[in-house]
Design a binder for this molecule. Sequence first.
Ligand code: PLP
Length: 466
Amino acid sequence: MLANGMTFEEESLVWLENILPTLAEGFSSLPPNSPAPLDHALMMAALQETAIRLRENYPYFHPLYAGQMLKPPHPIARAAYALATWINPNNHALDGGRASSKMEFEAVQALAAMFGWTTHLGHLTGGGTFANLEALWIAGQIHPRKTILASDQAHYTHRRISGVLQLPFDSVATDPRGRLDLNVLESRLQKGDIGMVVVTLGTTALGAVDPLPEILALRDRFGFRIHADAAYGGYFTLAANLDAEAAESFAALPAVDSIVVDPHKHGLQPYGCGCILFQDSSVGRFYKHDSPYTYFTSDHLHLGEITLECSRAGASAVALWATQRALPLILGGEFAGMLQSCRSAALELYLRLSASAMFIAPIRPQLDIVVWAVNGATVEESSARARAVFDAAAGRDLHLALVLLPRSCFPKNTWPTTVASPQSPTHVQCLRSVLMKPEHLSWIDPIWDRLNAAAEEVLTRTNHSA
Ligand SMILES: *Cc1c(COP(=O)(O)O)cnc(C)c1O
């Protein structure tokens, strides 16, 4: 009955069916509640339409989807989330989510411990954007009117959130590998007025890891808060196969003031799960409110008092908790192995691209994002070819992403026939692949074959029409 030709995993459906009675048993003393009978035909018709509408998606769950930052939830997260919806707890307050609030505390504590923190204040959020908003909001409470500084490769949300919070924002340039440029940072710090520097551990476009140890040294001299935006990259702190430079930045994480990590990016969770962590739990004082609607049942700060959002899905906390039970956040564990294999997949693709005459891969990946240009006589030709390869790959069910890279990321003689002039393009259209699925390493061959076939098709076509 379930057979879908192995397109989707089905085990979680079986688990769910087997475990629902265990949940129900906890409420067996209640008098039977007979809900109004459901109209099966009507419900199935609505579901039928729903399933057909959902087919319009790209196959985000499949390893041949190797484009944007999308990763399917683990079956355990899917099952635990669905299980929780039979209760539908609200983690705004202990009364609304009695069990799931405790599970949130425990899950968040495990995230803090992963970053080496023994004390913290933190909670889950709807995503990285809201988690970052809380970090910037606290910075503004502690250093009112001072500037928030981030690199030009930091997530665009920091500039926008600074606007929302009416905090001044400034950005500093990055080096050719997309990492925050320390010289530019230092001269900006000399001008003064910086309240917080946002350090990105894994930029969204390139997976670049900012040099945190050196930024910590600058903090000693200039005094500012440090927020680590590790929404995408945070979990790589468990990976044992990073280059020394990136590993040193992750090792320095315990010294920052706040960290954002998104369990819905690399943490195998369905969407709606970000996390903000503060090292100093006394920042809880800024959150305090005494709303007459909030139901207080305990004396210590409860989640409704340390979040800016009110209603939040208890199911998100339950899913994260269950996932961490099955796949603990430990060095050398199965979960850490999944991150290592993503990094290995990215390195493998990078090495193949570097050895090919059709492509130019200018940046050795620090995490699991690979970017590359398609060879061409001019920047314009390379850019046009990248767009064509993107389409030709999609025609072969290989879904990649596009990214614009500044010419300065490439060696000077990459396009020898075009002199850099004010008229020539400053950016090159490139291809980008986020290899964030645990299966990606074993799918490198089929991905590579499809990419090569797509590029050969495009190069043959464009060489003839030239
Ligand atoms: C994804 C991302 C964000 C935004 O997080 P959402 O969960 O999409 O709201 C912020 N910063 C970085 C570095 C990210 O990769």
